[in-house]
Ligand binder design. Structure first.
Ligand SMILES: [Fe+2]
Ligand SMILES: [Fe+2]
Length: 293
């Protein structure tokens, strides 16, 4: 690994030290058992306590594809529409986005990518050929996998800011550019950020190795091994879909080709394409409700 530019290590350590914590309510919500008798009430209570959460949830529940008929004006009704866990997903994304408020276009793109991957993980985890863990864990892993890029880019020189996710042909190129320019990778910084946020060690380790191939199996908790493989697929799909949407015909045919058998997912290419589009639509709705577009 190249030597980091002078002073960069100190500055990044300071950045991590100064990184605001996730609100306690997020930890509480994430640790609740969904099968407990008062899960719905506990989530509702947390949403009531923070006007920011409540406003976003109402907007999300009323967004075009979900909302039909009379507008929803209460938290309870909104939770019935999106589900209690759907509300928790929104709270986590909103809390992380309040820490890394997007100002530049690249930050917005990074949030779009993160929420796209989160939704792809949630939807595809149930279609994986081998068991890929719980959809909720899959969602959180997808949402936070690139959080280190926000930290890195806060500190990085301008040239790194111009290295957009869609500009590199393979993740290795991005990692190579980060290492060359900064001496750090976003995977390593993501690991440190999640530790700072007191999120589970197993999740932090999974983020740390999310670009490493082959995966260092001895370092990754069993629950995250298959999820890590799924993440690498979801990450690739998100980038390919983004390019295809921008009119890149080659990306579209590569994506279609991959759905025809390369990916370890169950279902015909048509079904998988439908699921991917569904995930990306969910992502758009969430981005709009969180004002991240
Ligand atoms: Fe990444
Ligand atoms: Fe990514």
């Amino acid at each position: 690994m190249p030597i980091p530019p002078a002073g960069a290590l100190d500055r990044l350590e300071k950045r991590l030290e100064d990184l605001p914590l996730l609100p306690d309510v997020v930890h509480r919500l994430m640790s609740l058992r969904q099968d407990s008798y008062d899960y719905f009430d506990q989530v509702a209570q947390a949403l009531h306590a923070d006007p920011g959460f409540a406003t976003r949830l109402l907007q999300y529940a009323n967004s075009a594809a979900l909302g039909a008929g009379r507008p929803i004006t209460s938290i309870q009704e909104a939770m019935l529409r999106v589900g209690a866990r759907g509300a928790v997903d929104l709270v986590l994304a909103h809390s992380a986005a309040r820490i890394f408020v997007p100002g530049y276009e690249w930050e917005k793109m990074l949030w779009k990518h993160s929420i796209d991957v989160a939704w792809l993980m949630r939807k595809l985890s149930v279609l994986a050929v081998d068991h890929r863990g719980e959809p909720d864990e899959a969602y959180v892993f997808g949402l936070l996998h690139d959080i280190g890029r926000f930290v890195l880019y806060l500190e990085a020189p301008e040239e790194l800011r111009s290295v957009e996710e869609t500009d590199w042909a393979t993740p290795e190129e991005l990692i190579e550019a980060e290492t060359r320019i900064c001496g750090f990778t976003h995977s390593e910084l993501g690991y440190l950020a999640l530790r700072k946020w007191r999120l589970p060690d197993a999740l932090a380790e999974a983020v740390r190795w999310h670009h490493t191939q082959p995966l260092p199996l001895d370092k990754i908790d069993g629950r995250y091994r298959a999820l890590n493989e799924l993440l690498q697929e979801a990450d690739w799909i998100a980038v390919a879909a983004e390019r295809a949407e921008a009119g890149d015909g080659k990306a579209r045919s590569e994506l279609r080709g991959a759905l025809d058998g390369r990916l370890r997912l169950r279902g015909t290419a048509d079904n998988l394409e439908f699921t991917i589009q569904e995930a990306l639509r969910e992502s758009r709705r969430m981005l709009a409700a969180l004002h991240l577009q």
